[in-house]
Design a protein around this ligand. Structure first.
Ligand SMILES: [Zn+2]
Length: 193
């Protein structure tokens, strides 16, 4: 299973620190809730890329932990990244926002189109998150208007707080592959093999 962790630093510093980052220490297994001591073991790292807003790529380690009781692997993705995406959270959201505001967006046009598409495809999920946290909202069929509305709400909360708070909502995450069936419990998604 993948978990996100706020390291309180950006991609560049995280890359600099490499395996010396301050990785989280769990008290209990996130899956079976057994106590960590004697059961949760560090299980090395896997490596992936992260790309910042300037298009610079960094090869970074993702810390893994294995539970000897339930056998699950837990990896701690830094909260500036989204599973399966190489560009940082902020880069993706900012580019989609620029597009929705009809500003010119440089570079990676095809990728931008995919990100916009995913943002729109998952707008029900985003809507559902905001309703869950107490907003009273409708969802019209005017996709562009809705996309702009939710983009603004995401910025009002803050991109990073939004991402972290919505993590796990309906067993998914922001920009994640969705949606049906909503309540299918996806274990091990994006876990490296
Ligand atoms: Zn466990």
């Amino acid at each position: 299973m993948q978990s996100i962790h706020d390291f309180k630093i950006g991609l560049e510093d995280y890359a600099d620190n490499g395996t010396e980052n301050e990785f989280p220490v769990l008290e209990r297994c996130l899956e079976c809730n057994c106590v960590a001591q004697g059961n949760l073991h560090r299980n090395g790292y896997y490596w992936r890329y992260g790309i910042n807003e300037k298009g610079e790529a960094f090869h970074i380690p993702i810390c893994r932990i294995r539970c000897l009781v339930c056998k699950v692997n837990i990896s701690f993705l830094p909260s500036f990244l989204i599973p399966y995406y190489q560009h940082t959270l902020y880069t993706i959201v900012d580019r989609v926002r620029q597009f929705l505001e009809e500003n010119k967006v440089n570079g990676y046009r095809q990728q931008l189109a995919q990100h916009v598409k995913r943002f729109c495809e998952t707008i029900h999920w985003t809507h559902s998150f905001f309703v869950d946290v107490g907003h009273q909202l409708g969802l019209s069929k005017d996709m562009k208007k809705e996309a702009q509305k939710y983009m603004k709400m995401i910025h009002d909360i803050g991109v990073s707080p939004f991402y972290r708070r919505s993590w796990g909502h309906l067993s998914s995450y922001f920009m994640g592959k969705l949606i049906l069936p909503y309540l299918r419990r996806e274990k091990n998604y994006d876990s490296p093999t």
